[in-house]
Write a protein that binds this ligand. Structure first.
Ligand code: KIV
Length: 294
């Protein structure tokens, strides 16, 4: 199938030009990619949130480029209509331009159409190196989860005038370096608007208010698949964790009560064959029993 979206097309998508906001959702496997795409998302992000929502780690610092390649390939095998962006994980774009481009290429070969990386001014040379290798790059500013240790936790960013101006400056630097879109995470709405208004490429917000050119949420958060404390910007549209536990408990209780499987859920053979197997009536005499020596 393939997506109608391309990076250059996304780069021109601004709400102020009358376009509807971009819808981006994360997915990490083929069934998730099918659901997100069938729901009409424009962009699938194979996010490094994989670390927490799928792999059980405490933060995104544990996820590797090999993990990201594995999950990007699973998403790509679903052949979603949505445009696939894959996250470059921590330490895959921090050491050298050469290593950065090689890692970005691994994600493209796994099926991504673009990569995303976190950070502003400090990452410009890496953005330029990837763009020079003809790979589209999405930026990510504001709360950048890969910086959790240096930030001292997950905190709202851009809360002072100087921090907001710095963020806006970094967004312009990323756009100038060739990013086709920028995720803005966890900043006051007015900062989301300031950055969005100052750029010709789209912003995709997560906790950045209603004025961004698109919105993104994490699949598992939106579907209510886990019950840890959620940030204020998460809206859960379902309660899949509780519904799933109810369904799984019903199965366990049906097995224990003998209510599963039913006749209809079991395979049958003809009465003659069953008789020959000695399952009906008296068992076969030992001399005729093909299984006697087992
Ligand atoms: O990894 C991720 O899921 C992300 C989104 C929160 C934007 O980067």
């Amino acid at each position: 199938m393939g997506s109608n979206w391309t990076a250059p097309k996304i780069a021109q998508h601004k709400v102020r030009d009358g376009q509807s906001p971009l819808v981006m959702l994360t997915a990490y496997d083929a069934p998730g990619a099918h659901m997100v795409s069938e729901a009409g998302a424009d962009i699938i992000l194979v996010g490094d949130s994989l670390a927490m929502v799928v792999l059980g780690y405490e933060d995104t610092l544990q996820v590797t480029i090999d993990d990201m390649v594995h999950h990007t390939a699973a998403v790509a095998r679903a052949e979603p209509e949505a445009f696939i962006v894959a996250d470059l994980p921590w330490m895959s774009y921090h050491i050298s331009s050469e290593e950065t481009v090689k890692n970005a290429a691994k994600l493209i070969r796994a099926g991504a159409k673009a990569v995303k990386l976190e950070g502003g001014q400090d990452r410009i040379s890496m953005v330029e190196a990837i763009v020079n290798a003809e790979i589209p790059v999405m930026g990510h500013l504001g709360l950048t989860p890969q910086s959790v240790l240096s930030l001292g936790g997950y905190k709202v960013q851009g809360q002072t005038t100087s921090a907001a101006v710095q963020l806006s400056y970094e967004a312009k630097a990323l756009a100038h370096a060739g990013c086709f879109a920028i995720v803005i995470e966890c900043v006051p709405s007015i900062v989301g608007k300031l950055v969005t208004d100052s750029l010709s490429i789209p912003t995709v917000g997560i906790g950045a208010g209603p004025d961004c050119d698109g919105q993104v949420l994490v699949f598992h958060d939106l579907l209510g698949m886990h019950h840890e404390l959620q940030p204020k910007f998460v809206r859960s549209y379902a309660n899949i964790k509780e519904n799933s536990i109810d369904a799984l408990s019903a199965f366990a209780s049906d097995v224990r009560s003998g209510n599963f499987p039913s006749e209809d859920e079991s395979y049958q053979i003809s009465d003659e064959e069953a008789e020959a197997l000695g399952l009906y009536g008296s068992p076969l005499p030992k001399s005729e029993d093909p299984l006697a020596s087992w």
